[in-house]
Design a protein around this ligand. Sequence first.
Ligand SMILES: [Zn+2]
Length: 262
Amino acid sequence: MVLDMINIFNGITPAMWQKQKRRGKARQQTAELENDADGSATLRLLEKVKDVATLVSDNGTHNPGSIGLDQAVYSYGVTGKFHTGAFIASLRFAKELEAQNKLKNFTKVRADFEEFLVKHKVFINQLAHSKGSRTRPVEAMLQMHRIILECLESGTRTARKIVRKLKAHEQLKDLKDVTNIPSTENRRKRFSKEAEQAKVVLTILETRERCPECGARLPPSCRSKDHRTRSADGGKGTLANLAYTHAYCNTGKKIPDATKTA
Ligand SMILES: [Zn+2]
């Protein structure tokens, strides 16, 4: 999966790696990927991945711009299985929002956006099933994110209408708004792996802490400490004055338009 991420966030295709391998060491200079004698090119490739990773997950990096996406929302399907394509689509979506200066707008509708994803987790399974494994469903999943956001921004908030907009897109026309419960029959008395996985993800989603700023789920690894009463206004570091938020929401509150450079 790391290699998939290196490729996607550096505009590299798998063929570019293969070509280099076949050409052998002596001819790597002419390969499409540059020869990496001192490791600096590899570091540059990894920096791009780190860049997007810190945008979606604070995870101890304390990046003030981190939006801390909850991967229980974005990457796990209705059967509780992790989908690489969905994970990468969420990273690309976050990167796109950042590049288009739309993080602040996203934050305004984020709680509704993620609630739609949670209630329609079956769409992750359907796209993974119809488009293929690994990175193949990424484009369709990214398109789904774009359309949901467009709908919410333009005031289309009912799930039925959003689903209709999704299905109007060529890549998403086969989506079926069916029940969110895994349909796999289990005739045995032992619990199926799917039922157990789904239960774990559902429990995480139901009990997840919420960010008081945007109302969306806040994974423990993405918590940023916030003074309820700002320290500039005399707020102290007490239990009563401590709130956890997404790092981006915390910063965004203090800087009116954090996504825009002055
Ligand atoms: Zn937040």
